[in-house]
Design a binder for this molecule. Structure first.
Ligand SMILES: Cc1cc2nc3c(=O)[nH]c(=O)nc-3n(C[C@H](O)[C@H](O)[C@H](O)COP(=O)(O)O)c2cc1C
Length: 367
């Protein structure tokens, strides 16, 4: 055991109008595919998993679909039926009883799904443009997504309403707040990107129009929950992944969105650094935190590839307020304690990220 680290920035409390956190080590949203299906209902195994991780400053749940049409994975939980609400209530009660905080990530996969997961319907998307190389997840593996159905204006309005309904369900299930999944090539991101959004109506064609859906969702969710219980995740530099490629319009799109979010009163904005190197990509924002910190005035959570050292470093530089950890949380349920004690971290086994049952899920011990 090396020297304890109690004075590290990551281990300091964080207070804002929205948040009161004992530390700044947050758990990033991670799909683990252990829910009961049919029904997409959270179960006791998931109660145990989240309870084990309750010492995080804040837990963001796995992506949780907001309606039947929003799904793109087998065995992931939803947040739109009474059974799902009851299942999640057990999770939130367990996390709260252990002194934790838990936010529900609201997810619509849009074009990244397959009819087998949608009762035979085509995936819904801003436009009928296929996500190349990406897919829905079924029978333990990925399957190429078909050409999606372009959402009618009625579909767009319905989806906005579905986000609001899911936020109401999350409230009923006892969540502290919701994080809108606007990242990683899913439905909201599909509207923001000119590649996946070829619409010629008020939801496409210009920076403002491509952002319209996102801001309508935020407004609708604010009818269900106060702004301090609503957050958003974005991945402005996602390139060559999840059907997304950075192009000459991407940076201007995200500059506009992030600047405008200052008026939305979010609890936090959760930004991802590039998932793949973008050094050679002319238009990509290389250092997301450094680029967006001066633009965004609210609480900034940053993610991707952080360690205890680099997480402390970015907080010390004032480039973020909170750091979220994904893979480190899979194998280290007591990540905060390990950081505090200077203990080594266990490695997560990639083979069990999306399998069923407790193996590689709830069987990583705390020290
Ligand atoms: C198994 C797994 C599942 C994930 N599922 C989600 C998800 O449901 N929603 C999301 O926004 N990101 C998801 N991610 C991305 C993580 O939140 C995070 O951005 C990524 O792991 C990088 O952070 P890290 O370097 O700390 O692991 C997932 C990542 C992993 C490894």
């Amino acid at each position: 055991m090396s020297k304890p680290n109690f004075t590290a920035p990551l281990l300091q409390p964080f207070y804002s109008d929205a948040l009161d956190l004992p530390n700044r080590v947050c758990m990033a949203p991670m799909t683990r595919g252990r829910a009961n299906n049919p029904g997409h209902v959270p179960n006791d195994l998931m109660v145990q998993y989240y309870h084990q991780r309750a010492s995080a400053g804040l837990i963001v749940t796995e992506g949780t679909h907001i309606s039947e049409r929003a799904n793109g994975w087998e065995h992931v939980p939803g947040i739109y039926t009474a059974d799902q609400v009851a299942g999640w209530r057990k999770v939130t009660d367990a996390v709260h009883a252990a002194g934790g905080r838990i936010w529900c990530q609201l997810w619509h996969q849009g074009r990244m799904s397959v009819p087998e997961l949608l009762n035979g319907k085509l995936p819904l998307a801003p436009s009928a443009i296929t996500a190349k190389g990406v897919s829905g997840f079924i029978d333990g593996g990925y399957r190429q997504a078909p050409v999606p159905e372009a959402a009618s204006l009625e579909d767009v309005k319905q989806t906005v309403t579905n986000f609001k309904h899911a936020a109401m369900c999350a409230d009923e299930a006892g969540f502290d707040g919701v994080e809108l999944h606007g990242a990683n090539g899913y439905f909201i991101h599909q509207f923001l990107s000119a590649q996946s959004n070829g619409r010629t109506d008020e939801y496409g064609g210009t920076i403002e129009n491509r952002a319209r859906f996102l801001f309508e969702v935020i407004d609708a969710v604010h009818e269900a929950l106060p702004p301090e219980r609503v957050a958003l995740r974005l991945s402005p530099s996602m390139n060559d992944m999840q059907g997304m490629t950075v192009n000459d319009r991407t940076a201007a799109q995200f500059d506009y969105v992030v600047e405008r979010l200052n008026a939305s009163g979010l609890a936090y904005l959760h930004l991802l650094e590039p998932m793949k190197p973008v050094d050679e990509i002319a238009y990509a924002v290389k250092d997301v935190a450094a680029h967006f910190r001066p633009i965004y005035k609210g609480t900034l959570m940053i993610n991707k590839g952080f360690t205890f050292e680099t997480g402390n470093d970015i907080l010390s530089k004032g480039l973020a307020d909170l750091v979220s950890f994904g893979t480190p949380y899979i194998a280290n349920p007591d990540l905060v304690g390990r950081f505090a004690g200077g203990e080594p971290l266990a490695e997560a086994d990639k083979n069990t990220f999306y399998t069923t049952g407790p193996q590689g899920y709830t069987d990583y011990p705390a020290l």
